[in-house]
Design a protein around this ligand. Structure first.
Ligand code: ADP
Length: 898
């Protein structure tokens, strides 16, 4: 759509001019706005600089030295200042360059409009002039035409007058060519008819008059013809000019002007682009400022923020303010009042009682509030306040209870030597006076409350519950625990309050947890003990064991693991499954998860436990209940190795002594170099054994996983391995003893079968001989607690000669496989330690068994016993007897010796 074809008309021309005027006005508006914007930007830049300067002032404060937040803020302010500078320099650029360009464009456009208008006028004017000339020429033409007609009619009139007739057309035609005749006009000839060839001369018939008319006519005619020609030429010129104007001049002018205007649009757009670039707050330059601003924030590290500050302002821990009872106060009380001790006597008993009830009610309320807050997951401050109140109440109750304990249950001391009467009542109510003994000896307890003891009465409605004795609460105040008393920890349980039990830990922090078990509570809280001493520290207890111990949401324990030859401390928590968090060590050697760092792992765990904060934001895991070591998790240091008594698959076996009880034990050690996977297998034996209690099963005392080497502690079975015993005592072994040994083994195996335990390695070498030659089944390293166990990972180190065919062929283990092995064990016993299938290799023996071969009875084997062996070696497991049947048979055989 070009101007040249579409804007030729007059109206379009006017519109084009108006459009250019409008554009000029728009340019003017833009110029004004840009000028204003420049002003605004400069003001803004100045304001930003002022703010930045103001913001940087805080940096002068010395108290904030080393603060990363302050440092980051300073960086932010610097960037704010930079942003201000950028805004200003952009505003300068707009003024210097963009605005200049806009002004130039404005001028150019004005000029172009003017040129266009002038050119348009000029070519239009040319055409108009020519048109006017044509009109003029035409009217000239008409005038000459009229004059010619006049002259002609005059001539005709004269001619008719002279000749009586109208001139012939030829006369008109020849008129112009007529020769002047030779007749002299002076002769006066009148007869024109005689001058045939001369009709116009004076000698002709018309005379002079006709000649004049004839001349005038002739001139008019000539003039007319000339005008006519001029008119024709002028028209030709005008026609040509009109076509040129329409098809060449005007379109060319319009086209050129369009090109010029479009050229302006290119500059205009470029100016506006430049503006957009300089006004863009998301431009590369501003983005850089933003990126740098954000970069400043990166330096803020929660744990580093107060490092310098703490270092600089470090003080010694505040000395506790000792609030002591002044002993001089009780100097004159003849021992009735003791410093810092509650006095319970007939004067105060009622007060003590009401005070105690009062305190216990308050305690109950406090604990209920704590439980409610606990559920609400409310602020720490509120919880700590309640805990503090709880501690205060408990402390007072303790003072009362101590006084009561000291008093015993029998009789109330008399507070005043003088008999009490109402006048000396000293504020006590009458009821008290009624029920209290007036003087020694004191009133029997029954006087007070029927059959209840004084202490019982005082303790209503809450009764103090003694803390159960347990190896785990060796630190409790209960002397009956038999383990060292630890004053640090006090356990108080109140009945019948539904409130959770409360624990006062050494730093006087009271811990409340709805689901906490009183015993486990004793294990949290001491930062004075080493980590290994903490009850919730489980050493290198394998993960499978850990998972088994953590059953409820919030259950947790701490353990150690080795990864890439590096020891790591791990917090294991039951929280939507089992989560294991590696304790991080900071560069300062402190310990942390995501939160604050602490100098000891105990403090870290204590913090997590008390704060109710998740260990990590992602896991949300909250520590609710510490899971203490189980009874059988012993301290490595409590085991003193004495002498080596054997050699096991994983390490040496020692005779040892327990430091705590002096008991002699057998200890299986696991070499430190053994891979973790094997260590788990090693501990498997302990895990299985710990549930069993039978005279013919070796007893587990515990496992030591606090540190390396890990150990399994068992009862010491003095006679050692049965195989060695048989071989060493072959000459003296009696049939009776051998039968009893078989009976013991059957009894042990019957027990195992009843527990769904498959031993998988029953053999004389894995049985032990105890006092009085009784036999105990040992070595549970391959055992499985399943009815049926299918081996899927190959059959490495299988005792071929003791293993049933279905286990060898299909890896399928049941107790009936143990029955097969029992047959071989019985054979070993009667063979006095002989090797089964003598002279045969493992594979040969296996081959022969598959082909139906069975070992013959060793010499001296009772027939019944050999028959039993053969039944144990039935190829099909279902044809073999179960251990209860075996036991019955062997027991029956033994009975003949009793
Ligand atoms: P492993 O299961 O690692 O092969 P064993 O249970 O066979 O280890 O023990 C190796 C040796 O250590 C036994 O043959 C025995 O002499 C001795 N032994 C193992 N346990 C005891 C124990 N409870 N009392 C006495 N000696 C033991």
């Amino acid at each position: 759509m070009g101007f040249s074809t579409n804007l030729q008309g007059r109206a379009a021309h006017e519109a084009l001019l108006s459009r250019q005027d409008a554009e000029l006005r728009l340019l003017e508006t833009m110029r004004r706005c840009i000028t204003n914007k420049i002003k605004c930007d400069r003001d803004y830049a100045m304001a930003l600089t002022t703010v930045a300067v103001q913001g940087q002032k805080i940096d002068r404060a010395d108290e904030l030295a080393g603060s990363l937040v302050a440092q980051a803020w300073k960086g932010m302010m610097e960037e704010l200042e930079n942003a201000g500078k950028l805004v200003k320099s952009n505003a300068d650029l707009v003024e210097k360059e963009t605005l200049d360009r806009l002004n130039a464009l404005c001028t150019e456009k004005r000029k172009a409009r003017k040129q266009y208008q002038e050119e348009h006028n000029r070519i239009s004017q040319q055409f108009n002039t020519l048109t006017e000339e044509v009109i003029r020429k035409k009217s000239d033409y008409q005038k000459h035409l009229e004059f010619y007609r006049l002259m002609r009619s005059r001539f005709e009139e004269h001619y008719i007058k002279c000749f009586g007739r109208k001139p012939k057309p030829s006369t008109y035609l020849n008129f112009g060519n007529r020769q002047r005749c030779s007749h002299p006009v002076s002769q006066g000839e009148t007869d024109y008819q005689n001058c045939k060839n001369c009709w116009g001369c004076s000698a002709g018939r018309g005379g002079r008059k006709l000649d004049d008319v004839r001349d005038k006519y002739q001139r008019a005619c000539r003039k007319l013809h000339l005008v006519h020609n001029e008119y024709v030429l002028l028209l030709a010129e005008a026609e040509e000019h009109e076509r040129d104007f329409r098809t060449v001049l005007l379109p060319t002018l319009l086209h050129q002007h369009q090109t010029v205007l479009e050229g302006f649009i290119v500059s205009w757009r470029s100016i506006m682009r430049e503006l957009a670039r300089l006004w863009n707050f998301a431009s590369h330059q501003f983005s850089e400022v933003n990126t740098r601003t954000e970069g400043h924030l990166e330096i803020i590290k929660t744990t580093e923020e107060y490092k310098d500050f703490t270092e600089k302002n470090k003080t010694q821990p505040t000395e506790p303010v000792r609030l002591c009872f002044d002993p001089s106060l009780v100097d004159d009380t003849s021992g009735k009042l003791l410093a810092n001790q509650l006095t319970v006597d007939n004067l105060t008993v009622e007060w003590v009682r009401s005070r105690m009830v009062d305190l216990e009610v308050k305690l109950k309320e406090c604990q209920e509030k704590q439980a409610a807050l606990h559920l609400q997951d409310t602020s720490d401050v509120a919880m700590h306040e309640l805990r503090a109140e709880n501690r205060r109440l408990l402390r007072q109750l303790d003072v009362i209870k101590k006084a009561l304990n000291d008093l015993g249950c029998e009789e109330l001391p008399v507070g005043c030597d003088l008999p009490l009467d109402n006048s000396l009542d000293n504020g006590q109510d009458n009821h008290t006076a009624d029920i209290l003994p007036p003087k020694r000896p004191s009133l029997p307890n029954t006087t007070l409350t029927g059959s209840s003891s004084l202490v019982d009465i005082l303790r209503k409605p809450f009764r103090r519950k003694s803390v159960p004795s347990s190896p785990l609460i060796g630190r409790s105040e209960d002397p009956s625990s038999g383990v060292g008393l630890n004053d640090d920890v006090t356990i108080v349980a109140i009945e019948p309050s539904p409130s959770p039990p409360t624990l006062i830990v050494p730093d006087n922090t009271t811990l409340i947890n709805n689901s906490i078990n009183v015993q486990s509570l004793s294990v949290i809280g001491s930062s004075t003990r080493s980590l290994v001493e903490e009850e919730w520290f489980h050493g290198v207890l394998p993960r499978e064991e850990v998972v088994r111990l953590l059953t409820k949401e919030g259950d947790f324990l701490v353990r150690e693991t080795t990864r890439n030859d590096e020891n790591q401390t791990v917090l294991s928590v039951c929280w939507g499954g089992h989560k294991h968090f590696i304790v991080q060590t900071t560069t300062e050697g402190q310990y942390r998860f995501e939160g604050p760092a602490f100098p000891t792992i105990q403090e870290l765990i204590m913090f997590q436990y008390q704060s109710n904060l998740p260990v990590t934001g992602r896991s949300g895991a909250i520590l609710k209940q510490p899971i203490p070591r189980e009874r059988w998790e012993l301290n490595n240091d409590d085991v003193i190795l004495l002498e080596k008594i054997g050699r096991g698959n994983f390490g040496d076996v020692y005779k040892a002594r327990l430091r705590t009880s002096n008991q002699e034990v057998a200890v299986k050690t696991c070499r430190m170099t053994v891979p973790d996977e094997h260590k788990r297998k090693f501990l498997q034996e302990g895990r299985i054994l710990k549930q069993y209690d039978h005279p013919n099963i070796v007893k587990l005392i515990g496992i030591c996983v606090q540190k390396q080497p890990i150990m399994i502690v068992m009862e010491l079975v003095a006679g050692g391995s049965l195989l060695t015993f048989l071989r060493n005592n072959a000459s003296t072994l009696t049939q009776k003893l051998m039968l009893f040994m078989c009976r013991d083994a059957a009894a042990g195996m019957r027990y195992l079968e009843s527990k769904n335990c498959i031993h998988r390695d029953l053999a004389a070498r894995n049985c032990l001989v105890a006092t009085e030659n009784s036999v105990k089944i040992s070595d549970f390293g391959m055992s499985r607690e399943e009815e049926e166990y299918i081996v899927s990972d190959g059959m490495k180190q299988i005792p071929i000669k003791w293993t049933a065919p279905e286990a060898l062929n299909y890896g399928k283990y049941t107790s009936l496989c143990d029955v097969w092995s029992y047959g071989v064990l019985a054979w070993e016993i009667f063979a006095k330690g002989g090797t089964p299938y003598p002279g045969l290799t493992n594979s040969k023996a296996r081959e022969k068994i598959d082909s139906g071969y069975r070992m013959p009875a060793p010499e001296g084997t009772p027939d019944e016993m050999y028959r039993l062996m053969l039944r144990c070696w039935e190829y099909k497991p279902e044809s073999r007897p179960h251990f209860d049947q075996i036991f019955s048979v062997v027991d029956a055989l033994c009975s003949s010796y009793r």
